[in-house]
Write a protein that binds this ligand. Structure first.
Ligand code: C2E
Ligand code: CA
Ligand code: CA
Length: 792
């Protein structure tokens, strides 16, 4: 227990207070006991003095009676009268013996001893106490204390009458240790008789005291006057209560001192005091125990609170502290619990802010990365697969731009809800990474399972979303990766999921699984990149041209330029295999520039040859984003002196819808230059009519998938038909691409489609082949016309 701890201080204060109280009680009780003992001793002394006086009185009575009996004895009187010394002496002796008198004397009227029990030698001596005789003359008998040969005696004198007084019988008891002890037996007081045998110093003549106690008494009496004995010195005789009794004396003074040993008187009190002392000790011990217990009961909850707050300091909010006290400590504990809840709540809020996407309430990128990281560690350790997906909404930018950010936000929220609702496992995570980008983590699924999930997620987005009365149709593209097949670290996996997502977007397949061939960073792609660059720089690329034939007149005035790559070792590489890649890497700009120059130059050459052909070139989304596209094209048209009206640009619907506002701005510029515009692959994207109306479009190209399917599929036929009508209503020329047979061509003609393009008309051809094809086509057309004109 530390000395400065609250517990020890509380205990200390309690103990000190208890000690003080016990000590005070002890002192008070001891004082009361002492004064009580002293009073008791005083009382005993008073009683003892009266008893002592009574003893003297009764001894005097006994002596007087015995002496009276002798004095009245006829024979004795006769013997006294006849001076019969022998008879007198023996009579005195006999009577004295009867009461054990120590001294018996017969004193003559002349004051001389006639007989003395001590022996015949004393006869004739003067009686030492004439005062006694005189007192007896006056009152008939008398008693006194006298000292004979240094020993005190109690003496009485009685006259012997015949009938006149003829002598005095004196009888006495020795005042000796025996008397003193006898008195002590009666009074419980020690009795000492003092005298001044030398006339100067008090001397103990007889006493009941033990030998050892005599000396101090003797010492304290030195040279004190009888009067002094009452006050001063005797009171100071150690450990005794004292009473001084002055005895009537005829000669030198004799004093009796009654003493009560304080030690003895106090003995019963001492037992009481010892008991009291033990009780005090027990009291102190109990109070120490009690105060320690109290201190502990106060400080133990404080200790618990301390540990609790240390726990909170370490960020452990798991358990509240138990509130068992109903006192201030209980209130404090309750306050601590409130504090714990408050801190935990705020921390969760902070965590939420740091790890939660505020718009959708989904985990954000930071949390997703965190979980992915952990899932990778677990998957690698336990040896099971893990899948992750990256998802991007199609046309979100368009929704945002046309319907406003508010609707865009609500849309994202709804998408988030649908995604979450379609993940079956609690361990799966869907997060919003930012913008219209979502990510999904399936910590225990392989690619096959991920494909099923991806399909389910995409299906959940097929139902149009209604936000504030607006029906919004969103699609999404998902890229799927799995660990460890596609990478063993977070960054690689995320990047590859991104690559797969773009593949899915481009191919319009909904979802795609990562394929190294799509990845510009893969070794194969890197070499393809340098080869492509090499191809552009060394003229390995060529342009083929595919004619668009006028369905009404069979005239061919338009051709589409399509790029071809004749690789020195790999052979022919289809544009589908390198154009998307070039778009991803940004190298498409160089290719587009190359294509534009080549096509415009070709156009100029044809014009020079007198061939009135207008050339279409394909432009990708990335080209549209480029501010310098109109400038570049303008420069090239000027360079080869080609009329801008002879240049057509084909742009896919989805390229426009990626960022409609930006696209429209560029298209407007191109339009102002006089360049014509064609919407490619129409029907596959989600163009909105309102956009189409705002754009300077001249032509719609129905996607070849519908055209190729229209012979067998009623729906495709309906789409083709309605697209033709739509185009016409908007004042646009409509082109059907992918015409592979005569029936389709004929059908398109009945549907009043303007132009047809396809293998049935001609495959894309190199320029010289196209020129000869044109001659053949022209001749065939002439022939057909002639046949038609010839009446059957
Ligand atoms: P696209 O713009 O839709 O071009 C038409 C594609 O359909 C061409 O494929 C053409 O050969 C093919 N085609 C024409 N008639 C038929 C037919 O009757 N049946 C079938 N099955 N296919 C037919 P190609 O040349 O392989 O080009 C593929 C895509 O590559 C093009 O689709 C275009 O998006 C892109 N591309 C081609 N050249 C360029 C270019 O110079 N620049 C850009 N940016 N993209 C190009
Ligand atoms: Ca095209
Ligand atoms: Ca097309």
């Amino acid at each position: 227990m530390r000395i400065h701890s609250l517990r020890s201080r509380i205990a200390l204060v309690f103990v000190l207070l208890m000690l003080a109280v016990q000590a005070a009680a002890f002192v008070v009780i001891s004082t009361v006991i002492a004064s009580n003992a002293h009073r008791n001793v005083e009382d005993q002394l008073s009683v003892g003095e009266r008893v002592f006086q009574e003893v003297l009185h009764s001894n005097a009575g006994k002596l007087t009676q015995a002496a009276g009996v002798v004095a009245a004895d006829f024979g004795f009187r006769a013997a006294v009268a006849s001076h019969d010394q022998t008879t007198v002496t023996s009579a005195l002796q006999n009577h004295g013996d009867r009461i054990n008198a120590d001294v018996v004397m017969l004193v003559g009227l002349d004051g001389k001893l006639i007989a003395d029990s001590r022996g015949p030698t004393h006869a004739g001596e003067s009686f030492a106490f004439p005062g006694l005789i005189r007192k007896a003359e006056r009152s008939g008998d008398a008693s006194t204390i006298g000292v004979i040969n240094g020993r005190p005696y109690q003496l009485v004198a009685v006259p012997v009458k015949a009938p006149l007084v003829i002598a005095w019988v004196t009888m006495g008891f020795a005042i000796d240790d025996a008397l003193a002890r006898e008195t002590r037996g009666l009074t419980s007081l020690d009795v000492s008789f003092l005298g001044k045998p030398d006339g100067k110093h008090w001397t103990v003549l007889a006493t009941s005291l033990e030998h050892t106690a005599r000396q101090p008494l003797q010492a304290s009496l030195a040279a004190a006057a009888p009067a002094d004995l009452h006050a001063g010195p005797l009171d100071r005789v150690d450990d005794y209560g004292t009473r001084v009794v002055l005895l009537a004396s005829d000669s030198e003074p004799v004093v009796a001192i009654l003493q009560r040993s304080l030690k003895e008187a106090m003995a019963p009190y001492h037992r009481l005091q010892t008991t009291l002392f033990i009780l005090t000790l027990i009291g102190v011990a109990v109070s120490i125990g009690g105060s320690v217990f109290t201190a502990r009961s106060v400080t133990r909850p404080i200790g618990a609170l301390t540990r609790f707050s240390q726990r909170i300091g370490q960020g452990d909010y798991s358990e509240p502290i138990a509130v068992s006290h109903r006192d201030e400590i209980g209130e404090l504990a309750a306050a601590f619990n409130q504090m714990r809840e408050g801190i935990a709540e705020r921390e969760t809020r902070i965590m939420d802010l740091a790890y939660q996407d505020r718009l959708t309430g989904l985990p954000n990128r930071a949390l997703f990365n965190d979980r992915l990281q952990q899932a990778i560690v677990v998957a690698l350790r336990l040896g099971h697969p893990l899948s992750a997906m990256m998802m991007d909404l199609d046309r979100f930018k368009y929704v945002n731009d046309t319907l406003g950010h508010h609707i865009g936000d609500l849309l994202l929220d709804e998408v988030g809800k649908r995604l979450r609702a379609n993940l079956l496992r609690a361990s799966d995570t869907v997060a919003r990474l930012g913008g219209d980008e979502f990510a999904i983590l399936l910590p225990t699924d392989n690619v096959d399972a991920a494909k099923i999930v991806a399909a389910r997620l995409l299906k959940s987005l097929e139902t149009p979303i209604v936000v504030e009365g607006q029906v919004v149709d969103v699609g999404a593209s998902i890229g799927i990766v799995s660990c460890p097949d596609n990478g063993r670290d977070m960054h690689t996996l995320l990047r590859r999921a991104d690559v797969a997502m773009y593949t899915a977007k481009r191919a319009n397949t909904g979802f795609a699984i990562y394929d190294e061939r799509d990845d510009q960073h893969s070794a194969e792609r890197l070499s393809l990149m340098s080869e492509l660059r090499h191809a552009v720089e060394h003229d390995e690329l060529t342009l083929h041209y595919q004619p668009k034939v006028d369905l009404a007149t069979r005239a061919v005035k338009y051709v589409e330029a399509l790029v071809r790559w004749e690789h020195p070792t790999r052979g022919f590489i289809a544009p589908d295999q390198f154009i998307p890649f070039a778009e991803q890497t940004g190298y498409i700009k160089s290719i587009s520039r190359w294509v534009a120059e080549k096509a415009i130059r070709q156009c100029a050459q044809w014009h020079a040859l007198g061939l009135d052909l207008k050339v279409s070139i394909n432009v990708s989304a990335r080209d549209l984003m480029q501010a310098e596209l109109p400038e570049t094209l303008d420069a090239l048209l000027r360079k080869y002196e080609v009329d801008p009206g002879s240049l057509w640009i084909e742009i896919t619907e989805s390229a426009i819808m990626d960022d409609p506002n930006h696209a429209i701005a560029t298209l407007d510029q191109l339009h102002q230059l006089g360049i014509r515009l064609s919407i490619d692959d129409f029907g596959t994207g989600y163009s909105s009519l309102s956009y189409l109306k705002r754009m300077p479009v001249h032509e719609l190209k129905i996607d070849r998938s519908f055209v190729m399917g229209m012979a067998d599929d009623k729906d495709d036929e309906t789409i083709v038909r309605s697209t033709i009508n739509l185009g016409h209503n908007m004042g646009l020329k409509v082109v059907a691409e992918g015409v592979e047979d005569a029936a389709t061509l004929a059908h398109l003609k009945t549907l009043r489609c303007d132009l047809a393009q396809g293998y049935h008309v001609s495959r894309p051809l190199p320029p010289d082949k196209l020129e000869s094809w044109l001659v053949t086509w022209h001749d065939q057309s002439e022939a057909q016309l002639r046949e038609a004109d010839t009446p059957a």
